[in-house]
Design a protein around this ligand. Structure first.
Ligand code: BG6
Length: 482
């Protein structure tokens, strides 16, 4: 075997999206506001606001997004044309339980996903479903302050139960929470935890210390995830349930042992706490000291430890976009990211939003995580957010995106050759969708261009970019011709 043909024949090539950034139809078919629906548009320099109620005259990017709700047939046909073997999507919880505590699930919402799954089936595209992707009914926030309350667990489990039963024969791969470790940092409080921690209304600029609340919320999510895994396996033993970690890769800024320890600590806290609970069913030993020193006291209910032990995931998925530098005496400026950031790395270039591009970091993470857990892995988000130009002839020559993805695929192959069991790759925003961190449309990731701008104007027409044909060939050759 050589690097060229190292990927397994059944490798799952596809693309990834999330309901709140893609579907639109925010109040159609019985759906009510989700946490994403009360977030305004923003930009690289202007943060999004959380408005707590829908303000008249304010623009909310998720309300229409790019309207997958009414374009799903057209979009799935395009995915099939690219040769997708799988498609990562999420279900909007607010479409199924609009008030979170509804006695009965919203049939019209369930029906929409029936239709989506049967369309995917038509083309033999395997759905990979994220159950909660930066979205919860806003009622969860209003009634319980989101995941701060233990009651969120029961509501989530009921929601999972409904999905597992309804889609028992059409969905095999499930992911319980998107980027669950976002709750490690203040920017994750609202988007990942549905938590309002202060009155600032600014989701990524929280100044009060929210760590106690966030870690308690995280514990509730981890328990909820474990319960979901357990139920999933009972409902259909063939189900494969995975976790999803926003991989925060921080290199030590120097070989000073203090820097090495600092980078190691950050890796343990940001990545391994959640990874270990999901995969090994228990908090790692280093958590105790971290909680003590950070003054965090997790309230555990009787049976939580057992629940975690009995709900270990079947596979490990993660998002990987960038890396940063960690150190006691870091040199240089801060680098950007949607959730995690750090210091700049002089060896790396960044995209227009300041996210540092580091393909080799992907090989590093794959090896590092696989060595620890030894379970199948999937890269479920990776990609380049960029401004695309539609030329006079209608073409979109996104060579920069092709380069980015090519270099990351090369490193995936290196990792597989290293011995990592990598089963799939779903680049983020395979069709242009709303950016989670800024709410912009102009930060595009797709192989398919959608005619819509930052102010919400546009025809919503779909158009293939140059990368569309390129990815088609990558899939057709199982990653040999990249
Ligand atoms: C991931 C999220 O962190 O990054 C996605 O799971 C998000 O929801 C993606 O869209 C890219 O971030 P952004 O801010 O560029 O959309």
């Amino acid at each position: 075997m050589n690097k060229k043909n190292v990927l397994p024949v059944d490798f799952m090539w596809g693309g990834a999206t999330a309901a709140n950034q893609y579907e639109g139809a925010w109040n159609v078919g019985g759906k009510k506001a989700s946490t994403a629906d009360v977030m305004t548009g923003g930009s690289h320099t202007t943060p999004r606001r959380i408005t707590k109620h829908i303000e008249e005259g304010t623009y909310y990017p998720s309300h229409e997004a790019v309207d997958f709700y009414h374009h799903y047939k057209e979009d799935i046909k395009l995915f099939a044309e690219m040769g997708f073997k799988c498609f990562r999507m999420s279900i909007a919880w607010s479409r199924i339980f609009p008030n979170v505590d509804d006695k009965v699930a919203n049939e019209e919402g369930l029906k929409f996903y029936d239709n989506v799954f049967s369309e995917l089936k038509k083309y033999n595209i395997e759905p990979i479903v994220t159950i909660s992707h930066y979205e919860a009914p806003f009622a969860l926030t209003e009634k319980y302050n989101g995941w701060a309350s233990r009651e969120a667990i029961d509501h989530y489990v009921r929601y999972c139960n409904t999905l597992f039963k309804r889609y028992k024969d059409v969905v095999k791969y499930w992911i319980t929470f998107n980027e669950i470790n976002s709750l490690m940092v203040p920017a994750g409080a609202f988007i990942a935890g549905a938590l309002l921690v202060d009155d600032s209304g600014i989701f990524n600029n929280i100044t009060v210390d929210s760590s106690q609340m966030r870690f308690q919320a995280l514990h509730h999510q981890l328990v909820a995830s474990a319960k979901a895994v357990n139920i999933a396996h009972q409902i259909n033993p063939d189900f494969k349930v995975g976790c999803m970690i926003n991989y925060s890769l921080g290199y030590a800024s120097t070989c000073n042992p203090k820097d090495i320890i600092k980078a190691q600590k950050q890796d343990q806290i940001n990545n391994m706490i959640c990874g270990d609970v999901h995969v090994r069913g228990e908090y790692p030993t280093f958590t105790k000291r971290y909680f003590e020193e950070s003054n965090i006291k997790i309230e555990m209910a009787e049976g939580d430890e057992e629940t975690l032990k009995n709900g270990c995931v079947d596979f490990y998925t993660f998002s990987y976009y960038k890396s940063h530098v960690v150190g006691t005496r870091p040199e240089g400026d801060v680098t950007q990211g949607n959730v995690f950031g750090g210091f700049k790395n002089p060896y790396l270039k960044a995209n227009d939003w300041g996210w540092q591009i580091d393909p080799e970091g992907l090989r590093y993470v794959l090896n590092h995580v696989y060595d620890r857990y030894k379970i199948p892995m999937m890269v479920v988000e990776n990609g380049l957010g960029a401004v695309d130009i539609v030329e006079k002839d209608g073409k979109i020559n996104d060579d920069y995106r092709i380069k980015f993805l090519r270099e990351h695929i090369e490193q995936m192959k290196e990792a597989v050759y290293d011995g990592v069991e990598l089963i799939g790759y779903t680049p983020w925003g395979c069709i242009d969708i709303v950016s989670a961190s800024t709410g912009e449309m102009k930060k595009r990731y797709g192989f398919i261009y959608v005619d819509k701008d930052n102010d919400g104007k546009g025809t919503l027409n779909r158009r293939k970019k140059k990368s569309f044909n390129w990815y088609q060939q990558v899939i057709a050759t199982n990653g040999e011709e990249i």
